[in-house]
Write a protein that binds this ligand. Structure first.
Ligand SMILES: [Mg+2]
Length: 132
């Protein structure tokens, strides 16, 4: 049997603790993980040629927020095939509305920060999307 190529996931969150927890979880689940603790760092990675299969990003971050970063990535066509998933704060319908406008693939309400639940949510979104 051929082992499938690990999917590349870019994790963007200004909370280093969450970022590290998710990085460990996704690495263990055979994803190839890159992390960025700011939108600037995330944007720089893709502008420098890193092409993730999945972008999982927080929204509320200092400077440019996660949705603005995704908007820039889309406008510059930096990761056209990437599945884009946002971590939103509970009850922030404004964020959800903005996320919908950007045509992202899914969002995870940030009340669910248990890494295994986030992994599960990401995999559900991937299954519901076309293969990448
Ligand atoms: Mg944040």
């Amino acid at each position: 049997m051929i082992t499938p190529t690990p999917k590349k996931i870019l994790l963007v969150d200004d909370d280093r603790f969450l970022l590290d927890m998710y990085a460990i979880k996704f690495t263990k689940a055979n994803y190839e993980v890159k992390t960025a603790d700011s939108t600037d760092a995330g944007l720089k990675l893709v502008r420098d040629g890193y092409i993730p299969d999945i972008i999982l990003s927080d929204i509320v971050m200092p400077g440019m927020d996660g949705l603005e970063m995704v908007d820039a990535i889309k406008k510059e066509n930096l990761a056209p095939k990437a599945t884009i998933i946002m971590l939103t704060n509970q009850g922030s319908s404004d964020d959800v509305a903005r996320a919908r406008k950007l045509d992202i693939d899914g969002y995870i309400v940030k009340a669910t920060t248990v890494p295994s639940e986030v992994l599960h949510a990401v995999e559900n979104i991937l299954v519901s999307k076309k293969p990448i």
